[in-house]
Design a protein around this ligand. Structure first.
Ligand SMILES: Nc1ncnc2c1ncn2[C@@H]1O[C@H](COP(=O)(O)OP(=O)(O)OP(=O)(O)O)[C@@H](O)[C@H]1O
Ligand SMILES: O=C(O)[C@H](O)[C@@H](O)[C@H](O)[C@H](O)CO
Length: 185
C-alpha cells in the first residue's frame, strides 16, 4: 500500500553495525511506504560471506566493489521508480559518501544502541552467518555520523521495531514536506 503522504522519490539506507536491526527496520519502512527493500547482505560475493562466517572482518578492498553494487541498486530507477529502502552497514563516512555519489537524494537512518544490547540480540538470533565475535571489529570500524553529515536520522534501538519505523517514517515525511516548501519558496 502506498503511504498517504508518499514523498517524491525516497532513497533510504538503514545503517549501523551488525545486529542493530537494519533488516527489520528497512523491511518495516518499505512496507510503510509501499516500496521494495534490499538487504545489502545479499549483494556480498560468496567469498566475503565465507570470510565473515570464519570470523574475519572485511577490509576496505573487500567493501568497495560491494558498495558499488549497493549504489547501483539505489540508483536503479527502473527497478524502483518511486524509491527503495536498503539495509547496509555503511560503517565509515567514506562508504556513505560513495553511496551518496551513486544516489544524490540519499538519506540515512543510523541505528544506534549499546554494544551490550546489540551483542545480546546477535547471540539470540539463529541462522545468520555473522558471528557475534565480529561485533568488536564492526564497532571499531564504525565512524558515527555527526552533525556535519547531511541527511542522517538517528534512531535508538532500545525501542520496538514498529516504534522506530513509525517515528522515522513520520520524520521522513516531514523532511520531504520541508524540502518541497524550500523549493517553492
Ligand atoms: N528494535 C528492536 N527491538 C527488539 N529486537 C530487535 C530490534 N531490532 C532488531 N531486533 C532483533 O535483533 C536481531 C538483529 O536484527 P536484524 O537481523 O534486523 O539486524 P541487522 O542489523 O540487519 O543485522 P545484520 O547486519 O547482521 O544482518 C533480530 O533477531 C531482530 O529480530
Ligand atoms: O561492512 C560489513 O562489515 C558488512 O556489511 C557486515 O556489516 C555484514 O554484512 C552485516 O552486518 C551482516 O551481519
Amino acid at each position: 500500500m502506498q503511504h498517504p503522504e508518499q514523498p517524491q522519490r525516497l532513497s533510504v539506507v538503514v545503517m549501523g553495525v551488525s545486529g542493530t536491526g537494519k533488516s527489520s527496520v528497512a523491511a518495516g519502512l518499505a512496507q510503510l511506504f509501499g516500496l521494495p527493500w534490499i538487504d545489502a547482505d545479499d549483494l556480498h560475493v560468496p567469498e566475503a560471506v565465507a570470510r565473515m562466517r570464519a570470523g574475519l572482518p572485511l577490509s576496505d578492498e573487500d567493501r568497495w566493489p560491494w558498495l558499488d553494487r549497493v549504489g547501483a541498486s539505489l540508483a536503479d530507477r527502473t527497478a524502483a521508480p518511486r524509491g527503495v529502502v536498503v539495509a547496509c552497514s555503511a560503517l565509515r563516512r567514506a562508504y556513505r559518501d560513495r553511496l551518496r555519489a551513486a544516489s544524490p537524494e540519499l538519506q540515512f537512518v543510523f541505528l544506534d544502541g549499546s554494544p551490550a544490547l546489540v551483542r545480546q540480540r546477535m547471540e539470540q538470533r539463529t541462522g545468520h552467518y555473522m558471528p557475534p565475535a565480529l561485533l568488536d571489529s564492526q564497532l571499531k570500524t564504525l565512524e558515527r555520523p555527526d552533525a556535519s553529515e547531511p541527511g542522517v536520522l538517528h534512531a535508538d534501538i532500545a525501542v520496538p521495531v514498529q516504534q522506530i519505523v513509525a517515528d522515522i517514517g513520520a520524520r521522513l515525511v516531514q523532511r520531504s514536506k520541508d524540502a518541497s516548501m524550500k523549493v517553492s519558496a
